[in-house]
Design a protein around this ligand. Structure first.
Ligand code: IMP
Ligand code: MG
Length: 333
């Protein structure tokens, strides 16, 4: 078994979708597996000239790869079926490609209602927190108990360990390190684990892990209730506009700040990132300012090239990093 992992190193929305797409297209994966989160994630894809937004279903489905919603996720059946329908409408045979692990937990109508009332955290109001609470409170419902999901249910252990051919998995993470339930800025976090470790919980032994693609952005964005964007400088509004930083799930404007090297370094170390991808370098080119925070102090660069050089040098000093790639919003990787 071989497993590559895509993991977000900041607060989500760093371009994991773009990276998983590129990898699915070129790699010879047998499975793509979502390992955390629910329909709080938003993933905008342009496929055959049509815009598709998926929340549950992993990117493998666009390239004919078996796509599994793993047991670390929570699933809302109505949302799931609306995505299946959307995919079928653009000619993707989602019914044959998409599977749900039988031990994945379900987001119920009651969970959705409860999360609608949240104002403390600024959740996506998709029922995530209540569903995970029910799971850990041992009062939850599993996907295998939902009659409508019957045709999609698999035993992920059987699927991965009883396969005749070699299994090659691409793990697709949701949210990001700064939102992780343990490592994020609690309580302003999501309810699942957003790290590489979480991918292994899908019955994958650690020895299977090959490449870990850590995805970051040249600046940070965050959506939620805590104050994040410094208000003394209008540059962050300019970054939001240039970067089109509005939530794919809720349409909320994302708060922006400079990249924190401290957060990025910690995320790289904890996730064991081997390939670092820094997206949206073109956005800072557009606004003409390049800064990051190092040990909480601002470091300013004269050019984008100087910031990239700095990041290249500091990243390569970390023990797990093999490659660093910079990418613009519209570039491939
Ligand atoms: P929840 O995951 O909906 O409970 O929301 C908890 C926090 O995570 C809130 O600040 C959300 O805005 C944030 N969040 C959840 N999913 C995403 C995502 O996919 N991208 C960015 N932020 C997210
Ligand atoms: Mg997103």
């Amino acid at each position: 078994m071989i497993a590559d992992v895509v993991v977000d190193l900041q607060y989500g929305d760093c371009g994991k979708g773009k990276v998983t797409h590129a990898l699915c297209k070129d790699g010879d994966y047998t499975h793509v597996i979502r390992y955390n989160g629910g329909c709080n994630a938003g993933h905008t894809i342009y496929h055959n000239g049509r815009k598709v937004v998926t929340h549950h279903i992993p990117a493998g489905v666009f390239f004919g790869v078996k796509s599994i919603i793993g047991p670390g996720c929570v699933i809302e059946p109505d949302q799931f079926f609306s995505e299946i329908k959307q995919l079928e409408e653009i000619g993707i045979n989602a019914r044959d490609l998409v599977f749900v692990a039988k031990n994945t937990h379900v987001i119920t109508k009651e969970h959705l209602r409860e999360d609608q009332a949240d104002s403390a955290i600024g959740t996506t109001k998709r029922g995530n927190g209540p569903a995970y609470r029910a799971k850990y409170g041992r009062t939850g419902q599993r996907a295998e108990e939902v009659a409508a999901l019957k045709d999609f249910i698999i035993d992920i252990y059987e699927e991965l360990h009883s396969n005749e051919e070699e299994v090659k998995i691409l793990f697709e993470g949701a949210q990001g390190f700064g939102l992780d339930i343990d490592w994020g800025d609690y309580p302003y976090v999501t309810s699942s684990h957003c790290t590489t470790a979480s991918a292994l919980l899908n019955s994958v032994p650690p020895q299977a892990v090959r490449n870990i693609f850590g995805v970051a952005k040249m600046y940070e964005t965050y959506v939620g209730a805590k104050a994040f964007q410094p208000d003394e400088d209008t540059i962050f509004d300019a970054i939001r506009d240039a970067g089109e930083e509005f939530g794919a799930t809720t349409g909320r404007p994302r708060q922006c700040n400079w990249m924190s090297w401290d957060l990025l370094k910690k995320a790289i170390n904890i996730n064991g990132v081997t390939e670092l991808i820094v997206n949206k370098v073109d956005v800072l080119e557009k606004v003409g300012r390049w800064e990051l925070l190092y040990e909480d102090e601002p470091v300013r660069f004269a050019t984008g090239a100087a910031m990239k050089d700095w990041l290249m040098i500091f990243s390569k000093m970390l023990p797990t990093i093999n490659n660093v790639t910079f990418s613009g919003k519209k570039d491939g990787i």
